[in-house]
Design a protein around this ligand. Structure first.
Ligand code: SF4
Length: 473
């Protein structure tokens, strides 16, 4: 499961804004690894450097030295809408002269196709296949005079998830959709201001967290400071997966440290699904904290049973067939001496299609594990996401097709327990009504029926076999 992107922006005259953005993108690398980009302005023109690859592959001293100015925005991309190709890298610049803007987007616009058609009919041209360019052209198409009013005009037309950083020749703007589906926060640095997807980006550049940007809010930073324009609606729908998996454990969202929330999810699993076992491990890295939480609550010793190669998949060198056949072994290496003969509790963040979990369990069994008791922080995912999470179609979601007992058999575990929705909310320790829980409940915060119908036509049948043929013992 992948999230769509990380966004960043900085307004800091006198600072090396490109370098600050580079290090902030480094901290947000987990949100997207396909491409990275930075745009800056010196007040006269917008400059961009954006390419396919990791932040460290895209930038060097030379490229950063050409990105001068007082304002910068940056982007890490994982493509959910618009294919993965070089023309779709962000930030993108749209418009010319005084009307030019650079924009970085995290999220997914549900009515992008409709708006694309409408704008094309009006004569707007598109150079990418991203919904980000639709947002940018919609802003430019507004009859309003100032940037905040233009953005407000676009917000009235956009449906879906968007956390944006936008740069004009004189402004840095941060925008969050009215439901607040994706996070966005404001920070301060040396008399300047920063906007980022997650607070961990602020920590890495020595900025101070100021506050969350509220759902529906536009923040405009100029030489006069920060102006805030609040949204109208009161409905909230922050993606709960930010707490389960997407955001870094050292980030804080709505005052809750992600690491603590994940530990509490593990503790909740121990309460809801206790089992006699010798050893607990979280699947690294995303479920490490939850594994520790399970162990503390249950009193079962915790340790590492799988080591993760953190750099796998972060290369553009294609593996040959022999390497590809190693599959999950490329990513995880088991520690047989830790595992042999043990009754093991394995805590993971989620099971989506059910393609990786049987392979992980297969690895553990071959390393000599006696029993595998799978515990999962996310409740069963039965509905697809339309808000920027590249999850699966409904027919690909294993929990939409099978009962818990059938999933247990399919993944080859001795027992399987999912955290309940109420248990998840208790672990996050924030009001339930601020969250989107649609992939568990099917209760979407905005109508998505049209998209659902389209997806139903596009899906392929769910494959009724276990990739490793592992049977439950
Ligand atoms: S449907 Fe699920 S993954 Fe998508 S925004 Fe809602 S909670 Fe997040």
């Amino acid at each position: 499961m992948h999230e769509s992107c990380g966004v960043f922006g900085v307004y800091a005259p006198g600072e090396d804004v490109a370098r600050l953005t580079f290090f902030a993108l480094f901290a947000l690398q987990h949100r997207g690894q396909e491409s990275a980009g930075i745009a800056t302005t010196d007040g006269k023109k917008l400059q961009v450097h954006a390419k396919m690859g990791l932040v460290s592959q895209v930038f060097d001293e030379d490229s950063l030295s050409h990105l001068t100015g007082n304002i910068a925005i940056g982007h890490n991309r994982y493509s959910t809408r618009g294919s993965s190709r070089v023309t779709n890298v962000q930030p993108i610049v749209v418009g010319e002269g005084k009307a030019a803007i650079a924009i970085s987007h995290n999220g997914n616009i549900i009515n992008a196709e409709h708006l694309y058609k409408e704008l094309s009919d009006q004569g707007y041209t598109f150079h990418t296949s991203t919904d980000t360019e639709v947002i940018a052209n919609l802003i430019l198409s507004s009859p309003e005079k100032d940037w905040v009013s233009k953005i407000r005009y676009a917000m009235h037309r956009l449906q879906g998830a968007y956390s944006l950083t936008i740069m004009t020749n004189h402004n840095l703007l941060g925008v969050r959709d009215p439901l607040g589906i994706r996070p966005l926060c404001l920070g301060a640095i040396n008399g300047g201001w920063v906007i980022a997807s997650e607070s961990c980006a602020l920590d890495h550049i020595g900025a101070k967290f100021v506050r969350e940007i509220e759902p529906g809010e536009i923040v405009s930073v100029t030489g006069n400071g920060v102006d805030s324009y609040q949204g109208e609606g009161s409905k909230r729908a922050l993606c709960i997966f930010e707490y389960i998996y997407f955001a870094r454990p050292d980030s804080v969202i709505n005052g809750r440290l992600l690491y603590s929330a994940r530990q509490a999810m593990g503790a909740g699993l121990a309460e809801e699904h206790p089992v006699d076992a010798d050893f607990v491990m979280g699947v690294p890295d995303s479920a490490t904290a939850a594994g520790i939480g399970y162990a503390h609550k249950s009193g079962i010793p915790v340790g590492e049973g799988l080591l993760k190669n953190r750099y796998v998949g972060r290369t553009f060198i294609e593996p040959d067939q022999r390497i590809r056949d190693l599959g999950v072994k490329l990513k995880f290496n088991p520690l047989p001496q830790m595992l042999e003969g043990k009754r093991l509790v394995v805590v993971d963040d989620s099971i989506v299609r059910g393609t990786t979990t049987p392979k992980v369990i297969g690895l553990l069994r071959r390393a000599g594990v006696k029993e595998v008791h799978m515990r999962v922080c996310a409740p069963p995912i039965r509905y697809p996401c339309f808000f920027g999470v590249d999850m699966a179609t409904r027919r690909e979601l294993i929990a939409a097709q099978k009962s818990v007992a059938e999933v247990r058999d399919y993944i080859g575990a001795d027992s399987l327990g999912y955290l309940s929705v109420d248990g998840l909310i208790k672990a996050v320790a924030l009001p339930k009504d601020i969250f989107c829980l649609a992939c568990f409940t099917g209760d979407y915060p905005i109508p998505v029926q049209l998209e659902m119908d389209k997806l139903a036509l596009e899906t392929t049948p769910f494959e009724e076999y276990s990739p490793f043929g592992i049977k439950r013992r």
